[in-house]
Design a protein around this ligand. Structure first.
Ligand SMILES: *[C@@H]1O[C@H](CO)[C@@H](O)[C@H](O)[C@H]1NC(C)=O
Ligand SMILES: CC(=O)N[C@H]1CO[C@H](CO)[C@@H](O)[C@@H]1O
Length: 460
């Protein structure tokens, strides 16, 4: 009888969380469509003689702007770059705060590794090369999308870039920096870690998150999926979406698995069956984002990642929990997005299953209870696993000036995981406080003590 109740509760939880996520997804999608429609109507009735896009391009002809290193905003899980979801902005318009900001689209569920590869070619230009070994191991094409012109082709050690990553995006940038240091791009023998001037992490996923286990990852291996879970539903939905391959929809929103050839045109009905049965595709080979966000997956990734001495690092760790009489609870009811509320509560009560060996030596449940509904706060401050990187806690921005490279400065911010993205109104003034300080830091406080290089020629 008791077991029946447990099963019943599990299904009820699954039903509620899938409805909440579906509704939110639908809400975002329809907001984007509505925004686009009203824009189109506006254009139709008022017929502006020049659209905003063109004006932006023209203002970049200005040589001062050309000399600024770009600030690249890197989205997280389920995220999207400029051009997807119509005029909706993942960073809620923060990209307009500076004259030279890039917002790449790296696929919303692709692995951290694949995103880092994509990001390199987005900036440098050319056809994405995922690397022979990795592509073979994961069963996808070695070559992907072609960027006719890079968004910053002059990128090199003398023309380094600022990166700002949200959630998994922060880890993507770390992986990219390591690839640059390891000279992992064929045909580019001179890459180095110094191509990255600074990394700012907003709710960055450095040490993994216990949320992955609530969503359906097995805590035993951090890689396989529970048979009945939110992620199973998501997996089936994604496979079908990619198989149907409706161009209009895929242009609008893309999970980023085009290198897996999952379209019906390419793999036919048996390919679909194969993917659904778990014999092929990204979910079979584990080359998607969720395994990278488990604690085990992060340890594996972090094992190869360094914090480099000439790069500036800054991180904002978010938190929506507090302790009452020794028990961690959500710190608000209305202040937490409905999409995240159940997870904030569940994560604050997280217990690692006692019959499964802990993910690392010295693991304690209580370290992982503070969270923002998607990530544990402890995971967001700085890379800690498998070894702890240099870090410094910051209360006031002025505490850490002048900034030194090679140290992760971190701040704690009261907010849930999506406070600083998609919907600007939710964060209120805090939205401006955070992004203004990020952009100001990049522009005014972060520079290399090196002979100033010759201004690059205009590249038009
Ligand atoms: C995907 O299709 C392209 C051609 O359309 C092919 O070159 C590539 O090898 C295919 N990749 C896989 C993994 O089947
Ligand atoms: C959350 C957290 O910090 N966990 C661990 C991250 O990695 C280091 C190194 O093993 C641990 O000391 C942390 O406790």
């Amino acid at each position: 009888m008791f077991r029946l109740w447990v099963v019943y509760l599990q299904f009820a939880e699954l039903f509620v969380s899938s409805m909440v996520h579906l509704l939110y997804g639908f809400y975002i999608f329809s907001t984007a469509v509505a925004g686009d429609l009203s824009q189109a109507l506006n254009d139709y009735f008022y017929k502006p003689n020049m659209n905003v896009e063109v004006k932006e391009e023209m203002s970049q002809g200005n040589s001062n702007v050309d000399d600024l290193p770009p600030i690249v905003l890197v989205h997280g899980i389920f995220g999207f770059g400029k051009g997807r979801l119509g005029s909706l902005s993942y960073f809620a318009g923060a990209e307009k705060k500076d004259e030279r900001v890039l917002v790449p689209d790296l696929g919303s569920l692709t692995s951290i590794y694949d995103r880092a590869r994509e990001l390199f070619y987005y900036l440098k230009g050319g056809q994405v090369d995922y690397g022979e070994e990795h592509s073979k191991a994961c069963g996808h094409s070695q070559f992907g999308r072609i960027y006719e012109t890079g968004h910053y082709p002059e990128w090199d050690e003398n023309h380094p870039i600022h990166f700002v990553g949200h959630s998994a995006g922060a880890q993507v940038v770390r992986v990219l920096q390591q690839m640059l240091a390891d000279k992992a791009f064929k045909g580019y023998e001179h890459t180095s870690e110094n191509w990255v001037l600074s990394i700012t992490s907003l709710s960055g996923a450095f040490n993994g998150t216990t949320r992955t286990y609530f969503d359906g990852m097995q805590p035993e291996d951090g890689r396989s999926l529970k048979p009945i879970s939110l992620l199973q539903l998501c997996r089936i939905g994604v496979i079908i979406y990619d198989w149907l391959d409706i161009p209009l929809l895929k242009n609008y929103y893309n999970f980023g698995f085009d290198h897996y050839n999952m379209s019906w045109r390419k793999m036919g009905i048996w390919g679909l069956v194969d993917c659904l049965l778990g014999n092929a595709g990204p979910f079979a080979s584990g080359d998607w984002i969720l395994p990278d966000l488990t604690i085990q997956g992060s340890i594996k990734l972090n094992y190869h990642l360094q914090t480099f001495p000439n790069t500036y690092y800054f991180s904002y760790a978010t938190k929506r929990t507090r302790k009452i009489m020794g028990i961690t609870v959500p710190s608000s009811i209305l202040g937490i997005h409905p999409l995240l509320f159940i997870r904030v509560l569940q994560m604050s009560l997280w217990r690692h299953p006692s019959d499964v060996s802990p993910p690392y030596k010295g693991y304690r449940d209580e370290d992982w209870q503070d969270n923002d509904g998607a990530l544990n706060t402890i995971s967001m401050t700085h890379p800690r696993l498998p070894i702890e990187h240099p870090s410094r806690f910051v209360e006031e921005d002025s505490d850490c000036q002048p900034l030194e490279p090679g140290i992760w400065y971190y701040k704690l911010v009261e907010g849930d995981h999506i406070l600083f993205i998609v919907n600007r109104k939710r964060a209120g003034v805090e939205f401006d406080v955070i992004y203004d300080s990020i952009f100001e830091r990049c522009r005014k406080h972060v520079f290399r003590k090196q002979p100033q290089m010759v201004p690059n020629e205009a590249h038009h």
